[in-house]
Write a protein that binds this ligand. Structure first.
Ligand code: G1P
Ligand code: ZN
Length: 583
């Protein structure tokens, strides 16, 4: 190959290739460690202003690349994110630092845009070494909000703790990073750009953000069946959907898949232009922050509504008149109906899994179908090993995460396509699919209370004191009463998990208090916040079929929640009487 310094030939479409050619050398820059570069539940998340400090982002990128030594030399990495404020600056730094660290090729989404599921898909499809995802997921964006960086490994999934711990250790002692300061690369056009760095070829390929993901969805689902449902056929009226991308990354994916491919009218998708500050929205698809969707669904015009978070891995699905599908129920219904999706019809179904706090409705489906069921700590990274070992087909979290082994991230758009497939197959509306499910399996009532942005110290103290209190053996058998309800404590612990595949051990994953009738509550501290502390309280109780299965979840769970608040003394520690978000 010939190298022409400074020559740039770009195509204006995504179809062609061309070259930018120059020769340059890397250099080392001295730096000092920053405190707290410890990846949380899903990568490093901090305020934009923290990432903007001189060398802060550079240090963390270098720590990632050093942690994956020796495989970084000659590697291919995928880079993209939800397009939030500060993304393009960070993509530019990644290009310069990756080139200096001997990375052979970067595959980057056009303008830096790739949903988290698309990154996972692309890593797997092109057998990349890994990927760097630029997102703080559902946290608000903009100059005064959050940014995030996450590393995914070659299976397409979030790096396991062995890798994130090593990134953290390196970040604590880092004294320099390598960079090619003069490297100029555009991510505004698709195509290949080649550079010669330290005598070796370095390539950047900018790709269409949507195409590979669209292809994967077409291989998994029967688009014809879903199209017929949406457009209506054989005297069946169109199935009217409303999709809200909340100004996050899913906009271009939603337009291509639901409007161009599946024929939904173009005004049935809203907020589909990704904005650096999400247009001021809090891009978290729950009943509080996606209230625009809830309101739009209430009058009964739409048969199904769906919203996604900033990076497209979360989903909330509503039925007619804003009938809410709890994510734990969504997982169970999909588990029970997977065989209507070509991917599973062909490949079969192995096991199911959920995170520990997630409602256990799916456990009942697993038992009925004779499938393995895994209960893992919070965070998608714990599902990856089970999928790689061929033991897990479908999994989910109560936090609006649903997905399968088609990739190694949860996948919002996939979840909606899965629901549309089920609806087309069963031929019933969303609410009757749910009630039929409860009638045959019983209902696991589930709720989550979030107390966001509390002071850290009292929250940590509350967790320490609560653990001491509930793990004291004398508490077993103790009765707790609220109104007519009496709960007898059966067992309590701080959840621990031994990965069945690599035997890695994870401790302190949430305080569980289990009662004799199968009810339980759980307390956890969030690992995704960027400052302060967020306490999550999860409560679950079970009603068998033919009993009280149609009650409002908040009413059904009130006694359990009140007992949890009393045992934990949460209001006293946090000085909060009400949660920020109830799901
Ligand atoms: C939250 C959710 C968790 C999810 C994670 C990333 O983490 O609770 O289920 O995997 O976001 O989307 P947390 O803030 O609770 O640590
Ligand atoms: Zn997300």
């Amino acid at each position: 190959m010939k190298y022409f310094t400074g020559m740039i030939i770009f195509s204006t479409s995504c179809a062609t290739s061309f070259f930018v050619l120059s020769m340059m050398n890397s250099m080392k820059k001295l730096t000092k460690p920053f405190e707290g570069q410890k990846p949380g539940t899903s990568g490093l998340r901090k305020a934009v202003k923290v990432f903007q400090q001189q060398n802060y982002t550079e240090n963390f990128i270098q720590a990632i690349l050093s942690a994956i030594q020796p495989s970084v030399v000659g590697s291919t990495l995928v880079v993209g994110g939800d397009g939030r404020f500060y993304s393009t600056e960070v993509v530019d730094l990644i290009i310069k630092i990756a080139a200096a660290n001997g990375v052979k090729k970067l595959i980057i989404g056009l303008k830096g845009i790739l949903s988290t599921p698309a990154v996972s898909c692309i890593i797997r499809k092109y057998k990349a070494t890994g990927g760097i995802v630029l997102t703080a997921s559902h946290n608000p964006g903009g100059p005064n909000n959050d940014f995030g960086i996450k590393y995914n490994t070659s299976n397409g999934g979030p790096a396991p703790e062995s890798v994130t711990n090593s990134i953290y250790e390196i970040s604590k002692n880092i004294d320099s990073y390598s960079i090619v300061p003069d490297l100029k690369c555009s991510i505004d056009y698709c195509g290949h750009q080649y550079f010669k760095v330290d005598g070796k070829e370095f390539e950047v390929e900018v790709i269409d953000s949507v195409l590979d993901y669209l292809q994967l969805m077409k291989n998994i689902f029967d688009f014809d069946i879903i199209r017929k449902l949406i457009k209506g056929s054989d005297n069946k009226p169109p199935f009217n959907i409303l999709i809200d991308s909340m100004n996050g990354v899913t906009g271009p994916y939603v337009k291509k898949i639901f409007i161009d491919e599946l024929g939904a009218p173009s005004n049935n998708a809203v907020n589909i232009v990704p904005l650096p500050d999400f247009g001021g929205l809090h891009p978290d698809p729950n009943l509080t922050y996606a209230d625009g969707l809830v309101t739009a669904l209430k009058n009964g015009e739409y048969d199904l509504g769906a919203a996604f978070d900033g990076d497209g891995d979360r989903n909330m699905i509503l039925g007619k008149k804003a009938f809410f599908i709890n994510p734990s129920d969504s997982l169970a219904v999909l588990a029970n109906n997977l065989d209507c999706i070509p991917y599973f019809k062909k490949g079969g179904i192995t096991g199911f899994a959920r995170s520990m706090p997630t409602g256990s409705a799916v456990d009942r489906v697993a038992a009925k179908l004779g499938k393995e069921l895994f209960e893992v700590p919070t965070g998608w990274k714990f599902f990856g090993n089970l999928m790689d070992a061929g033991r897990l087909s479908l999994c989910g979290e109560e936090s609006f995460g649903t997905g399968s082994d088609h990739i190694r991230e949860k996948d919002g758009i996939w979840a909606v396509l899965a629901w549309l497939s089920v609806i087309a197959n069963v031929g019933e509306p969303v609410d009757s699919i749910l009630t039929s499910h409860w009638k045959s399996f019983g209902r696991n009532y589930f709720t989550r209370y979030d107390y966001e942005n509390c002071e850290s110290e009292p929250c940590n103290q509350m967790m320490i004191d609560l653990e001491k209190k509930v793990t004291n053996p004398t508490i077993v058998g103790q009765k707790f009463t609220y109104g007519q309800k009496v709960y007898v404590l059966k067992h309590a612990d701080n959840f621990e998990y031994c990965d069945p595949i690599d035997k890695s051990f994870t401790k302190k994953q949430g305080i569980r208090v289990l009662f004799e009738d199968g009810s339980r509550f759980v307390f956890r501290l969030s690992g995704t916040g960027s400052s302060g502390a967020t306490i999550r309280l999860y409560a679950e109780s079970y009603e068998p079929p033919n009993s009280n299965i149609l009650e409002d979840a908040q009413v059904a769970l009130k006694p359990l929640v009140q007992i949890a608040l009393e045992i934990s003394k949460l209001p006293q520690y946090t000085k909060r009487d009400v949660p920020t978000v109830i799901t």
